[in-house]
Write a new protein. Structure first.
Length: 403
């Protein structure tokens, strides 16, 4: 293939609809492996017309494809480029002449699920129900899922080997994640409002950890919120007692972790309105704790405390509240309380979270709707058809109907 003049080659980066040089001024050299000589990359599009759609120089495009990845000119011309153009022009129309095309959804095969400890029975069933074949990893809360295993054995619900439940820690999880016969891993865990925050001693992934309250209503809001929140402390004790409303943290490690976050808040410019210490001298109990206006970069704000701790912030404008609410990698659940439904919908679209509730909070969930996070709170969804699809692989089948 003949060489192309360097002056005809566009080598700059394409950013914001403009060709610009790299900030460093550096470039890299392409070498043609057939001649061991330099070759040059070239953009494929010659021009784009709003009136006539688009006109593409096939010769220029195929030569540039050859320069880029060094496939033969014949291969680059047919069918690679033809397929690319067809995909671009007809994608929205889904047209396939003389062919019947469809997709199949099929199970992955052997899969594994690693679940968190805070609500083990719910998390286990969320994975087992759509997957059927699953392996469970449990460390802090193994007993519930082992009980589930006993029920499976006693009822004969599944044949031996379909559902297998393991209790363990890091080593067990790594063994499953690295096993070549495990085709999919589902992982739920850390990357990772009054009564909801205190629910399960704050050990809930959808707990309201940060509340943004408009300045003008802060005082009347706190007058209602604070006594309700503190009321949970009066009924702490044995979690097996139905009268108890505030239980301990799951274990010593979690207890110490929450206290560490509380200390970070205490050592900041935040105002601590209530709580902030251990309750009693026995058991891993922590007082429900409220901080007002801690720094946005404090650990009690930026990280998941997973305990009975809540931070309050005041704001002036809607945009300020949204920007600050989105300034986190944890993006599983958010709520907005407001009378104007149109404004609420606008805010819901701007919130960066997997689920947004309007005028209700995380005690309400719809199992026919997708549930999952964005950003650091994960990828994938559970519940509804979305949850089922996540356990299926898609296979395309193309049938030639011509005789």
């Amino acid at each position: 293939m003949g060489s192309t003049a360097l002056s005809d080659i566009e080598t700059r980066l394409f950013i914001n609809n403009e060709f610009v040089p790299a900030k460093s001024g550096k470039t890299f050299q392409l070498i043609n492996p057939a001649t061991e000589e330099p070759s040059y990359a070239k953009g494929a599009w010659e021009e784009w017309f709003a009136k006539d759609g688009m006109k593409i120089s096939l010769e220029k495009a195929t030569k540039n494809d050859t320069n880029d990845v060094h496939k033969t000119l014949q291969l680059a011309t047919d069918p690679q480029l033809s397929l690319s153009l067809t995909s671009l022009v007809l994608l929205a129309m889904s047209m396939s002449k003389d062919h019947l095309n469809f997709t199949l959804k099929q199970p992955y095969g052997d899969v594994a699920a690693i679940i968190p400890w805070n609500v083990p029975i719910l998390m286990a069933l969320n994975k087992i129900a759509p997957a059927v074949a699953v392996d469970e990893i449990l460390r802090k809360a193994p007993l519930t899922s082992i009980l589930l295993a006993q029920l499976i054995k006693e009822t004969g619900l599944f044949p031996p080997g379909v559902v297998q439940i393991l209790s363990g820690a890091r080593e067990s999880g790594e063994a499953l994640a690295s096993h070549m016969e495990i085709r999919k891993i589902a992982f739920t865990g850390m990357h990772i409002e009054a009564w909801r925050v205190a629910f399960n001693s704050g050990q809930t992934c959808t707990s309201a950890a940060r509340l943004y309250v408009q300045e003008s209503v802060l005082e009347p809001f706190l007058a209602v919120f604070r006594p309700t929140f503190e009321g949970f402390l009066t009924n702490h004790g044995d979690p097996l007692d139905r009268k108890v409303t505030h239980g301990p943290q799951a274990d010593k490690l979690q207890y110490e972790s929450v206290l560490k976050f509380i200390e970070a808040g205490k050592n900041s410019t935040a105002q601590m309105l209530t709580g902030g210490k251990r309750k009693g001298d026995k058991g891993y109990f922590i007082e429900p704790t409220i901080f007002l206006n801690p720094p946005d970069d404090n650990d009690v704000v930026t990280k998941e405390t997973f305990g009975p701790v809540i931070t309050f912030f005041t704001f002036k404008t809607e945009e300020e509240a949204i920007t600050r609410a989105n300034a986190t990698e944890y993006a599983l659940f958010s709520s907005v309380f407001i009378r104007d439904i149109f404004r609420a919908l606008r805010i819901a679209k701007k919130y960066e979270s997997g689920t947004v509730t309007i005028n209700c909070t995380s005690h309400y969930q719809a199992v026919d709707m997708a549930f999952g996070g964005v950003k650091g709170s994960g990828d994938g969804r559970e519940y509804g058809r979305w949850g089922l699809d996540s356990w299926l692989e898609i296979k395309s089948v193309l049938i030639d109907l011509t005789e």
